[in-house]
Ligand binder design. Structure first.
Ligand SMILES: [Zn+2]
Length: 176
């Protein structure tokens, strides 16, 4: 029996949405988990009011949002310093743009009256840099770790990109 290694059946070469440059949808809202794999152009306004345009594919998202309030009985919103992931939470989104760079959108979200979502947009060239850039250092223990929203976003994104899958499996930060 002869097997040619690395041969992919012809029809499986087609990757979702890539290469279709015409009629690309334009979005003014950040995508959600179930939209991973979608290609398009996202207009994202960051915390400084700057417009960032991401032209590429949405690869994954993770959120620390919880459905139940915690730690502020009798008060509608958690006071500053009280951690309640229903009032304030973090959303991490990963995109890959058409130039091949990975784009990270970090949203510090808030449902508290008078507060607004604070969005930061950054980009890196490689998957391992992406994993590193998602890492945070614990203020108390000084230990590096990959917080759950970032871990989930990276895990989801790993399904859409081989380099990310490699980084997800092999990066030291994902093994902690
Ligand atoms: Zn709350």
């Amino acid at each position: 029996m002869s097997v040619s290694v690395g041969t992919i059946p012809h029809e499986e070469h087609a990757t979702k949405g890539v290469g279709i440059m015409s009629d690309r949808p334009v979005y003014d809202e950040l995508p959600l988990e179930d939209e991973a794999g979608r290609s398009g152009i996202w207009n994202i306004v960051d915390r400084d009011g700057r417009l960032n345009t991401v032209d590429g594919m949405f690869l994954g998202m993770g959120s620390s949002h919880r459905p139940e309030h915690k730690g502020h009985p009798g008060e509608q919103y958690a006071p500053r310093g009280v951690h309640c992931s229903t009032c304030r939470w973090t959303e991490i989104r990963i995109f890959r743009d058409t130039s091949g760079r990975f784009c990270i959108v970090n949203c510090g979200a808030s449902d508290v009256a008078g507060e607004r979502d604070l969005v930061r947009v950054s980009s890196v060239a490689t998957a391992f840099e992406l994993a590193e850039s998602l890492m945070t250092v614990d203020r108390r223990t000084r230990q590096k770790n990959l917080p759950m929203p970032a871990r989930r976003a990276l895990a989801q994104a790993a399904s859409y990109n081989d380099a990310l899958r490699d980084a997800y499996i092999n990066s030291p930060v994902t093994r902690s």
